[in-house]
Design a protein. Structure first.
Lengths: 164, 264
């Protein structure tokens, strides 16, 4: 059952990678992983992040491994700190939204700077402000959909069982 | 929770190391065939998604912007009238040019070999459905109707990545359509517009003037005379050493469907 869920989860990410590389320049893949990293097991998130990063690099024509590397670094921070907000499983659904949004915003900030700087070979800051804004807005729009899917796919989500 | 994170540290380090190795191997070109294979499958899908979104955008835009379209139509009619007059003037100049060429036996420049390419995606850069198999190479210029669309920065067998002039990584020497032909450097700004900088304060800039490539890059592969866009805002400060201007592209990059790679 778990592998079935992970398979679906990965398909959604591949679909978003296609959207991101064609019509929706917002970092949808990172956004999805960031939101779901609050709701799914650490092992599942780490493995999926690695492969999702590769797929994204393939589709955008970027250097393979760059997205995986940065996604893993940033999402590991979310995985490391999420217990502070969700220690007793007392926060659910929309209650964790401020934390998700904060992590998405800060993560996007680091990610945009890192990816553009790697590409250009120099520290690039100018590009990401409109993109960040778009990512936060997209988070607000997408969060209910992700929340709904998570509730459907894992009933235990209400208590956020974060066992590996 | 902490336990679960700590339990995954070896996995995390392994995946991080794999990412780094993948990055290093890709820089060495080892994944070229794999990229080509993925591109073979992905490009038609990307193309279909992009075309579908363009179609939907057009449908919605038409529905939501009827008034705007009416205004644009009126403006286009005015522009058309102006262009007709301009065309008449240029026809006379062309005739004169032909006579002069024949007089001095000067051959016209060879037309560039333009390779049509369909746009299949737009993220930070533009993706086109022609790659090294069709002769596309890094550094080649992509144009549309004598307007610079961008420059190829990476190519695969069947698709290529084009850096737009609105990208902050882009820097192009340019001149402004003015009596003095003011020269400056055009850089991308926030991914949607461009800025022409380092123009002397005594030069006269005004909104609507066209900005062209100067063809003075060190690498020398952007030809002179391609349109970059038109000035939409002039920034001139009293104390500043230089003045600058914001440039609006002539084409909306997210609406492009077909572009041409200068494969000469």
């Amino acid at each position: 059952m778990r592998s079935f869920k992970t398979y679906y989860f990965f398909l959604v990410l591949v679909f978003f990678a296609f959207l991101q590389s064609t019509v929706w320049p917002t970092n949808l893949v990172f956004l999805t992983l960031a939101i779901w990293s609050f709701q799914r097991s650490a092992k599942e998130i780490l493995v999926t992040t690695f492969f999702a990063g590769l797929v994204l690099d393939f589709l955008t024509g970027g250097t393979l491994g760059v997205s995986s590397f940065w996604f893993l670094l940033i999402l590991s921070l979310i995985l490391l700190f999420r217990f502070r907000f969700l220690a007793k499983g007392s926060l659910t659904g929309w209650q964790i939204f401020p934390f998700v949004a904060t992590f998405v915003f800060l993560g996007s900030l680091v990610l945009s700077t890192a990816l553009h700087s790697v590409e250009s070979g120099r520290l690039t800051l100018a590009f990401f402000w409109p993109q960040l804004l778009a990512e936060v807005i997209t988070t607000v729009i997408f969060y209910p959909i992700f929340g709904y899917l998570s509730l459907r796919w894992q009933k235990e989500n209400l208590q956020l069982q974060l066992k590996v | 929770m902490q336990r679960s994170i700590l339990a995954n540290v070896p996995l995390f380090l392994l995946l991080l190391a794999l990412s780094f190795l993948t990055f290093s191997f890709d820089r060495l070109g080892i994944f070229g065939p794999a990229k080509n294979a993925v591109g073979f499958v992905a490009v038609p899908v990307q193309s279909a998604i992009f075309n579908f979104s363009q179609k939907m955008k057009l449908e919605f835009a038409t529905f939501l912007q009827v008034r705007q379209i009416a205004q644009d139509y009126q403006k286009l009619q005015e522009d058309y009238a102006k262009l007709l007059a301009e065309h008449a003037r240029l026809s006379a100049v062309q005739q004169e040019n032909k006579i002069l060429r024949s007089q001095f036996e000067v051959q016209p420049d060879l037309a560039p070999k333009l390779l049509p390419a369909q746009v299949i995606g737009l993220s930070k850069n533009l993706l086109i459905d022609q790659g090294s198999q069709a002769g596309v190479k890094t550094g080649q210029v992509v144009t549309l109707k004598n307007t610079l669309i961008g420059q190829v920065i990476a190519e695969s067998a069947n698709f290529a990545t084009v850096q737009l002039p609105t990208s902050p990584q882009s820097s192009i020497t340019a001149y402004v359509e003015s009596p003095g032909g003011s020269k400056g450097v055009v850089t991308g700004s926030f991914g949607s517009t461009m800025v022409v900088e380092k123009i002397l304060p005594e030069e006269h800039l005004e909104v609507g003037q066209l900005v062209f490539t100067a063809g003075e890059e060190e690498r020398g592969n952007i030809p002179k005379g391609l349109i970059l866009g038109k000035i939409s805002k002039v920034e001139k400060k009293e104390a500043a050493v230089f003045q600058s201007a914001e440039i609006e592209p002539l084409f909306k990059f997210d609406q492009l469907r077909l572009v041409f790679v200068d494969a000469t």
